[in-house]
Design a protein around this ligand. Sequence first.
Ligand SMILES: [Zn+2]
Length: 321
Amino acid sequence: MTMKRMDMHCDVLSKMLTASDIRFANDSRLDVTYDRLKAAGMNVQAFAVFIPESWRRKPFDAVLYSIDTFHRRILSHPGMFPVRTKQDLQQALRPEESRIGALLTLEGAEGLEADLTYLRIVWDLGVRTLGITWNDANWAADGAREPRGGGFTAAGRLLIEECDSIGMTLDVSHLSERGFWELTELTEKPFVASHSNMRALCDHPRNLSDRQAKAIIERDGRIGITFVPYFLRGDGIQAGIDDVLRHVERLCELGGAAAVCFGSDFDGIAQWVKGLEHPGKLYILENELHKRYTAVQVEGFMGGNILAFYLKHLPDAAVAG
Ligand SMILES: [Zn+2]
């Protein structure tokens, strides 16, 4: 049996946006490189469009430049191809397919400048998952670090409606807790937390309470356990693979074994889990998981669970255009 592997979140694109000479193949400034994904046996890697500080005055330009970067500097690699539809994803999972699928996501609706036309444009350009906020408040909702702790604006509610109608998957990592609960009322569809951990084990506003995790599990969403050291344990820098395992186990205890996946946040972090510094080391985590869980469960955690989600929720090629 060949393992299926997918990572829900990395920030290669924002690094590339600020350094034009970074090469995807094997640049030493990147955590996620083509060579490492290949070594990891990855089927699909999600690439987040994230608007760096220096681009905040022109958010939609930053989104377009990032998507151009995605095409010119990632998809141009002969070993990569874009995943936009169910059929693309099925292709990525064929045993004879040697290329790695690349799924485009947008982290923060600020990039859409409150314009639903821009949402439809990024959908047409292949973005398939939208993180509603980053840490701050934006026009749609408040983020997890916004002190006033608000939920959705009127415009944000329309955004959710439009995402539902076009088929955009929603991502609640970084969203405020109030926003999270409002979202459960605004949509009946399953959603993901692409890179968040369990607050019961590490009390951080970026992490999910057990109640939030259960709400995601109940509607058949997915939770990407993330390798951000300070979301894994209070004294972040000491975080090791055992801490990742604790968060996986917590989700399993809540009945969420089928919701567990990984959203590494590689290239978005400045400190790394000891022994898990880049995708080339994922096999170590995988080996540890095999000591604790069945082969079927481990396959689910490493990629099967999130791939099943996208196989269900990505558009059909016939309607995706
Ligand atoms: Zn993030």
